[in-house]
Design a binder for this molecule. Structure first.
Ligand code: SAM
Length: 212
């Protein structure tokens, strides 16, 4: 039986082939692993980059900055003049992220907003070409509608951990699992969106906004 979403050797195989970027980005990945930060893996960071760059995103919103790892992948997908707005509720974490984003060379493209995503979103106006949601899982349902409203038609809402180690498909009744289930179901039924789940790492939902 697989231990995660896919067989462990498949996960390891994908990870072995993942693009890890330059030394500066690899240093942030290493910091994440050494210090136990819950950052996306390289295969997912590069996936986010590919998606954002493919749609020529110029304005990206990220919910859940941590140490700026996925933020660097996203900011590096932006053209000159593009902007990543990223939200982090822990001010100390935001300070670490700011330093890392400078080190990876994307500091001038990134604005970090410190506060709770649900609250901050009230003051953040769309449209965004691309939104990446990676906050606390119990908080997912509350940000779904604000995210959909702020992504442009033709833009993408991408969400991490939507399979939650497979628990969404099992009998688990934890607060996080139930919140992710609610989020996935609402997104699947929303007439404005076409959503699909990619079983990469902990499950990545990719949703295209098709109508306002
Ligand atoms: C899973 S980590 C983000 C990892 C990051 N996206 C990456 O892969 O490099 C989640 C981060 O979001 C922050 N966070 C969690 N819930 C939040 C919320 N409701 N509003 C703002 N930030 C939140 C946490 O402090 C943490 O740093």
């Amino acid at each position: 039986m697989p231990r995660g979403i896919v067989y462990e050797e498949i996960d390891t195989y994908i990870d072995g082939l993942a693009n890890r970027g330059d030394a500066a980005l690899r240093a942030v990945e290493k910091q994440g692993m050494d210090e136990g930060w819950p950052i996306v893996a390289a295969a997912e960071g590069s996936f986010l980059h590919i998606l954002a760059r493919s749609i020529r995103a110029e304005r990206i919103l990220e919910l859940g900055t941590a140490i700026g790892y996925s933020g660097t992948w996203l900011a590096r997908a932006l053209p000159n003049g593009g902007q990543l707005v990223t939200v982090e509720h822990n001010p100390e974490t935001a300070t670490i992220a700011r330093k890392n984003l400078e080190k990876t060379g994307v500091g001038s493209k990134v604005k970090i907003l410190v506060g709770n995503a649900g609250e901050i979103l009230k003051d953040v106006k769309g449209p965004f070409d691309f939104i990446f949601n990676d906050i606390d899982k119990a908080g997912y349902p509350a940000v779904l509608d604000p995210c959909i409203e702020r992504v442009r038609v033709g833009g993408l809402l991408v969400t991490d951990n939507v399979l939650w180690k497979g628990k969404v498909a099992q009998k688990d009744r934890s607060k996080e699992t139930q919140a992710i289930r609610t989020y996935n179901e609402r997104l699947a039924k929303d007439p404005r969106m076409i959503a699909s789940i990619v079983p990469l790492r902990d499950g990545v939902s990719v949703a295209l906004k098709v109508r306002a």
